[in-house]
Design a protein around this ligand. Sequence first.
Ligand code: SF4
Ligand code: SF4
Length: 383
Amino acid sequence: MTDASAETDLDVICARGPEGLLAELTHRCPLQCPYCSNPLALDRANVELSTEEWLDVLRQAADMGVLQIHFSGGEPTVRRDLEDLIAEAARLGLYSNLITAGVLASRERLEGLAECGLDHVQLSIQDAEPQNADRIAAYKQGHEKKMTFARWVRELDLPLTLNAPMHRQNISSLEAIIELALELDAARLEVAHIQYYGWAYVNRAALMPTREQTMWSADVVERAQERLKGVLTIDFVVPDYYAARPKPCMGGWGRRFLNVTPSGRVLPCHAAESIEGLAFDNVRERRLRDIWLNSDAFNKFRGTDWMPEPCRSCEFKEVDWGGCRCQAFAFTGDAAQTDPACNKSSRHRELVALAQSEAAGPPPAFTYRRIQASRTKESVPSA
Ligand code: SF4
Ligand code: SF4
């Protein structure tokens, strides 16, 4: 495709608007996962958008043609107005997905959310083994609460997706996690190897699996996908560090999704704030459609014109859209560089060597995700 036709394609994408919106209602969360995709500088409760502001975001999103709203966080059930937001999403004809850790809501609350029109629940788990799961999340009895929550989801006939972020400290439980998804009657399981930016970048050495473990996990998933066809859908996110080519992160920067942070900043992807020097517009000051179409941050890496070599002349540039800008920034200090996960990047060998050396050593203690100053001591605080 020529640059001129790429522009035309981009105009169509922009005019059509995003398909999905990730509404990060809050950064408050009782868990402290060391791979959390929230930024290192977390928003406090006093800067969060009000109910009215979120309702307006939903209306603007529906007006732009958004089809799906993912209510996320932090932990979205911390917000007392979740019922109002779900009801409004239903009224607007938006498909609503609740992305939750499942440790706070009672059965009555979940039932109320279903009555408001909630369409789908995505529950994150840390492991199939309760003690290790609670250690990773730094939350006592969290796993047990999640199992109870998952059963309520199915009792209320809501579709359930289990999300299992995968890393060196839970990868040996992969087969048990697949069995757990079956036992909980989940329709879908996401086995997602960690993406290394934000908190996960800080904890990279504590999380990085070996190449052999990674290949083993791909093999386990492939066999389970075959065996469980029609019973359980399993999505597998490969770890970038051992891949030959990067993923089309978010389907391409500013092409399919947008993300609204708890305080109203609008991002092309949930990790975009990890890129220093990019300024993001806020729904308190600018309309969502205007931000999507015209903001500097959305246009900065949209399409292919921004690409350096080797991406610029690469046959895959409209397949992976140059991979992940956050990863490029985290590893090279320049978000406009070729994603180092790509084997055509001049930094790729360095990235793989680093991953292998970190995976070979003993895992350091986690730096748990916290609103207060980060800490390194591995202990499980009271829930
Ligand atoms: S990844 Fe863990 S700490 Fe981060 S929002 Fe989800 S449950 Fe909370
Ligand atoms: S060179 Fe760029 S466009 Fe080509 S595969 Fe690598 S990251 Fe993708």
